[in-house]
Design a protein around this ligand. Sequence first.
Ligand SMILES: NC(=O)c1ccc[n+]([C@@H]2O[C@H](COP(=O)([O-])OP(=O)(O)OC[C@H]3O[C@@H](n4cnc5c(N)ncnc54)[C@H](OP(=O)(O)O)[C@@H]3O)[C@@H](O)[C@H]2O)c1
Length: 284
Amino acid sequence: MKILITGYKGMLGSDLVETLKNENQHELILTDVEELDITKLDQVKKILNEENPEVIINVAAYTDVDGCETNRDLAYNINSIGPKNLAVVADEINAKLLHISTDYVFDGNNSKPYIEGDKTNPKSYYGETKLQAELFIKNEMKNYFIVRTAWLYGFNGKNFVKTMLELSKNNDKITVVNDQHGSPTFTKDLAIAICELIKTDKYGTYHVTNNDNCTWYEFASKIFELANIKINIIPVTTSEYPTPAQRPKYSVLSNEKWKNAGFNSLRHYEDALKSYMEIELENN
Ligand SMILES: NC(=O)c1ccc[n+]([C@@H]2O[C@H](COP(=O)([O-])OP(=O)(O)OC[C@H]3O[C@@H](n4cnc5c(N)ncnc54)[C@H](OP(=O)(O)O)[C@@H]3O)[C@@H](O)[C@H]2O)c1
């Protein structure tokens, strides 16, 4: 297939490119903001019409959740208008669009995993802009896949695992929030799922994460256990660790729809973390 990727230099983008390349059966058009700024409709029109891909995968985004609270115009342009531009032109050239969304579209008041049709109610501006993108895409076209995922970590760029390992070098104790629940997800595993999905015409919205869930504190504990680092981890509440953006207390996503559609479940988050850390620790 001829596949155009936006934001390919990012954390998910780089694993996606590697996974697609390994399949050895696609023509890939790799773009990041230098080649294709998704906020500019004229550029989107020009490049998509020139390239005429069968599939567009949008992994471009403004992902600094706290930064989105203050840089609102930038956040709205990249996270809402960008996907809208892609949807408008994808529909014109009859391409499929796969867009990545987030668990932060939910408010976190649930006590059981969120399903795709559950009521959205973002607590942060980041979540609002990502939800607006979903609405634009649904309004502009039919052949879309929206994949909501959560708590990503991967080799390229900053992530929670790297932050914990880095902090442990200069501290003998660290505090970690213990009242936000989610599903840490390895970008490599998500990339494989995306590659499965784009080959189908099972359009719609899916929740795709590694299996099971934990709090950030539990996740940090597992990271240090796997790295064999002895450190005093102190669990704290969100109110003891205030951030500019509010985050949901519970944003676990049910993957039942994904499984029922016949796709492979992603492995347990602890197994994924172990695979990631084996490579990460070997390289550092
Ligand atoms: N990270 C998470 O925990 C998480 C959780 C749930 C969902 N998601 C979603 O997953 C997707 C991938 O996230 P990620 O963490 O891989 O993101 P990322 O590492 O921040 O990568 C995003 C990429 O998009 C590029 N970009 C920014 N503005 C652009 C523009 N106007 N046009 C084209 N490209 C642009 C960025 O370039 P610069 O670096 O130069 O700005 C970067 O290369 C996003 O949709 C995100 O919302 C992420």
